[in-house]
Structures are given as structure tokens and as C-alpha cells.
Design a protein around this ligand. Structure first.
Ligand code: TRP
Length: 461
């Protein structure tokens, strides 16, 4: 086992798993999605999904990982035979595809960090136009996202303990300090409370079937569930670590950071009268305009601090996404870590190039598909297939796997290591019922409904 590496302690695992969970999903996506879907009303639904589905799936994934000490493919194969191995392979594929576009957005964040801190970005007149232009420019994006991938690869190459755990233990506390400082600063600005009100006022009239589903997708994405990232990280933890309390801590931390990200962003946005419903451009369009009004020095400091935070959050996530296919190649194909990292980083980067070009640089990639009544870009399509549909599908298959093949009894056995009071406890009953009945049923139904709605034009929810 020593050859595979492992975390040094329970805390090491928690830092790395929280690092994986906390990312662009929390800071870039959650605030604008919540803002568009009824604020606190969305938050409530989101928390419901997290508690009922997210936490049990996370516990299940970690248990499978620690039991098998393997990557997702190896893990399913060991416990369920070759055909279940396909579920693991599908997860690894989802990871590769998610990283391919995630790295593009990380590249934007990295470019913004450099150009806000050391360039003239804050002197622009029209940030919406600037962002629209920025994403079409191939060379800049190519360079920044390539650089981001190289940094990710370098850390993953250093191995589980020195690289992944070391980076998370450094970057996570830094992220918290930046986040809290920006919240405190934002709350002191005029009209900050309007932002808080906008964010936290529960508007249930904005909730519909689509928001309920997007809250589920958001929960899977934000917790890094459904593709085996936590099977992989779970394979690196000690037999005596408590899986349930670790998973609970990661879940709570991740949810807290999503919540706090909104509390950081909306007061800033409202203080300068920017639009809170900017959508995906929220952090790249509304926020630079806010930083601009702070004057050249404070603007660079606060704005640079913000984009640095975004990069830190993204980096601990790209690390976890790259580690999954790397662990697969190391375990199954006996590649050296060095070769696996180098090859995989290049492959994933190349797979992401169409996503990068689909923002206006290449017409056919910008208008690649048409469904749900709108034109979709390459990145939209990849996101829908491998994140919106793929992750909950992966969760469905995992719960089905435990329910019908590995058994909840074996899951309990694994969790009981490092948690002697687990067996017979109310928690055990809760997780078993969720994994055996509720998760397969709910996720199966949600999968069918989304497929119908997205790709067949049948809106039922
Ligand atoms: N959770 C990360 C975020 O919120 C993204 C991420 C990292 C992820 N690893 C993952 C998503 C694995 C799904 C699966 O930004």
C-alpha cells in the first residue's frame, strides 16, 4: 500500500476533501444561481439535498474507497466484478471531461488575477464588453489555462501527502482568511445591507422544477460527488479514521463557504449599484466594476485578493479532478506517477480546447447544439452531459451498487472501523435507508426527468 501513498492524518484527508469540494462551484456558481433562484429559498432546497442525498453518497464513496484501496475503476471491479467496473470508468470519464472545462474557467480566473493585480484591467470602461471579448481571445486563454494545468500537474506529481495534502493545508486557510476579510470589508460599504437582503430574502415564487433539479446538480458538483473523486481520496485514509465525522465536516464546511461566498459578493455588488442577476458573468463583470470604484490602490488590492481566492479555490479542485485518472493509470496500468500526470494533464488540456474556443472564437463550437429551446456551446454540452446529467447518474449507480451488490452491511462494516459506536446507531439506520432505498429511487427519477426535459423537450417538473 505504501507505494500508493496516503494522507498523513484525518485532518489531512479533511483538508484535501474540503479543498476538492470548495471551488468555482462555491464562489463563482453558487451565488449567481442562488441569486437567480429565489435566494434563501434556493438555499433551503440545496441544504435539503445535501443532508438527505449528498452526505449519504459521500459516506458511501469514502467507504468504497477505503475498503478497496483503489481508484474508482479498480474499486468497483474488486467489489462487483468487471461489469460494475464500467461504472468506475464512467466516473473517471466524467472527471476528465469536467476538468477539461473547469480548467478553462480557472484560466479566466488566473488571467483576471494577473491583470487586475499587475495590469490595467481595472481601467476598462465596459466590463461586460471586456469579458465578452476576453473569452473569445484564444491566445490569452490558451496561455493562462495551460499555466493553470501545469501548476495543478506539478502538485499532483508531488504525490498524495506532499502534493495534494500539503497544498490543501496551505491554500484552505489562506482562502478562509481572504474570504472573511472580503466579507468584513464588503459589509462596511454603503448599501451593503440591500445586498444581504437580496441574497437572503426567500422568494419562493422563483422556485420551480428546474430550480429543484439544479439544486441537486449543484449539490453533487459542489461536494465533488458522483464520479469517484471521494472513492479515490477515501482510498488514501487510515483504517482508524472516522468516515462519518470526516464526511460531515467536509459537507458543512463546503456549504458554509458557498453561503459565505454569497455574503461576500452581493454586498459588494449592491454597494456600487451593479446588477445582481448578471448570471455566469457575476464575478467577472459586476465585481471588476466594483473594484474599479475603490480607486487604483485599494481596487488592485481587494480585486487582486478576490481573484487570488478564486484561483486557490479552483486549484484544490483541479488537483482532485486530475488525481482520479492519474490514480487509475498508476493502479491499473502500472504507470509511474510522473508519466501518468504528464500524459493526463496534456490529454485533459487538449480535450478542453473546444470548450475554450466555444465562446465566439470558433463559430461551430459556439453554436454546437440546440436543445431546451436554445443554442448551446461546446462547454454547455460537456457540462450538461458530464456534470448535470453525469454526476447524479453516477450517484444513482453507486447507491444501486451498494444496495444490490456490495450491501449496506459491508458498508457498515467498513464505517465501523474507526467508529466503534456506529453499528446499531440511528446514524447507521439513516445511511442504510438512504443508500438502499431513497437515493436509488430519487436519483433514478431525477435522471429520467432531466433527460426528458433536456434532450427530448418533455418538461414534467
Ligand atoms: N467541487 C468543486 C467545486 O465546487 C469541483 C470539483 C472538484 C468536482 N472535484 C470534483 C466536481 C469532482 C465533481 C466531481 O468547484
Amino acid at each position: 500500500m505504501a507505494a500508493r501513498g496516503g494522507f498523513s492524518s484525518k485532518l489531512g484527508f479533511i483538508a484535501a476533501a474540503a479543498g476538492s469540494a470548495i471551488g468555482l462551484g462555491n464562489i463563482w456558481q453558487f451565488p449567481y444561481v442562488a441569486g437567480q433562484n429565489g435566494g434563501a429559498a434556493f438555499l433551503l432546497i440545496y441544504v435539503g439535498w445535501i443532508a438527505l442525498i449528498g452526505l449519504p453518497i459521500m459516506v458511501g464513496e469514502i467507504a468504497i474507497g477505503r475498503r478497496t484501496q483503489a481508484n474508482p475503476y479498480g474499486a468497483y471491479k474488486k467489489l462487483g466484478g468487471k461489469s460494475w467496473g464500467l461504472v468506475g470508468l464512467f466516473g473517471i470519464l466524467c472527471g476528465v471531461m469536467i476538468l477539461s472545462f473547469y480548467n478553462v474557467v480557472s484560466g479566466w480566473a488566473f488571467g483576471y488575477f494577473l491583470q487586475v493585480s499587475f495590469g490595467d484591467l481595472l481601467l476598462e470602461q465596459d466590463f461586460s464588453g471586456f469579458f465578452g471579448n476576453y473569452v473569445t481571445e484564444f491566445e490569452d486563454n490558451f496561455v493562462y489555462s495551460f499555466a493553470f494545468m501545469v501548476i495543478t500537474a506539478f502538485i499532483v506529481y508531488q504525490g498524495v501527502q506532499k502534493g495534494i495534502e500539503g497544498a490543501a493545508k496551505l491554500l484552505m486557510p489562506a482562502l478562509f482568511v481572504l474570504l472573511i476579510s472580503l466579507i468584513i470589508y464588503g459589509l462596511t460599504l454603503p448599501n451593503a445591507m440591500d445586498g444581504v437582503r437580496f441574497y437572503l430574502f426567500p422568494d419562493f415564487s422563483l422556485i420551480n422544477g428546474t430550480s429543484v433539479y439544479s439544486a441537486l446538480g449543484q449539490a453533487f458538483f459542489s461536494l465533488s460527488l458522483g464520479m469517484g473523486a471521494l472513492i479515490t481520496y477515501g482510498s488514501y485514509i487510515g483504517k482508524n479514521d472516522n468516515i462519518v465525522s470526516s464526511a460531515a465536516l467536509v459537507t458543512v464546511t463546503d456549504t458554509l463557504v458557498s453561503f459565505l461566498a454569497g455574503l461576500m459578493i452581493f454586498p459588494l455588488v449592491f454597494s456600487q449599484g451593479q446588477s445582481p442577476s448578471e448570471g455566469p458573468g457575476l464575478v467577472f463583470v459586476a465585481l471588476p466594476a466594483v473594484f474599479q470604484t475603490m480607486g487604483p490602490f485599494i481596487g488592485k488590492l481587494v480585486g487582486g485578493g478576490f481573484f487570488l481566492l478564486l484561483c486557490f479555490a479552483a486549484l484544490t479542485s483541479t488537483i482532485s479532478l486530475l488525481e482520479v485518472p492519474v490514480a487509475y493509470l498508476v493502479d491499473e496500468k502500472r504507470w509511474s506517477r510522473k508519466k501518468a500526470v504528464a500524459v493526463m494533464a496534456l490529454v485533459v488540456f487538449a480535450v478542453g480546447v473546444p470548450s475554450m474556443l466555444g465562446f465566439g472564437a470558433v463559430d461551430s463550437l459556439t453554436n454546437l447544439a440546440y436543445y431546451e429551446g436554445t443554442v448551446k456551446s461546446a462547454m454547455d454540452l460537456v457540462q450538461d452531459l458530464f456534470y448535470v446529467v453525469g454526476l447524479p447518474l453516477g450517484g444513482f449507480l453507486m447507491s444501486l451498487f451498494i444496495a444490490t451488490r456490495w450491501t449496506t452491511r459491508s458498508m457498515s462494516d467498513e464505517i465501523s472501523h474507526g467508529n466503534s459506536s456506529y453499528r446499531g446507531s440511528i446514524l447507521e439506520k439513516f445511511f442504510n435507508i438512504m443508500i438502499k432505498y431513497i437515493c436509488p429511487f430519487v436519483l433514478g427519477v431525477m435522471f429520467v426527468l432531466t433527460m426528458l426535459q433536456k434532450f427530448f423537450g418533455v418538461a414534467i417538473i
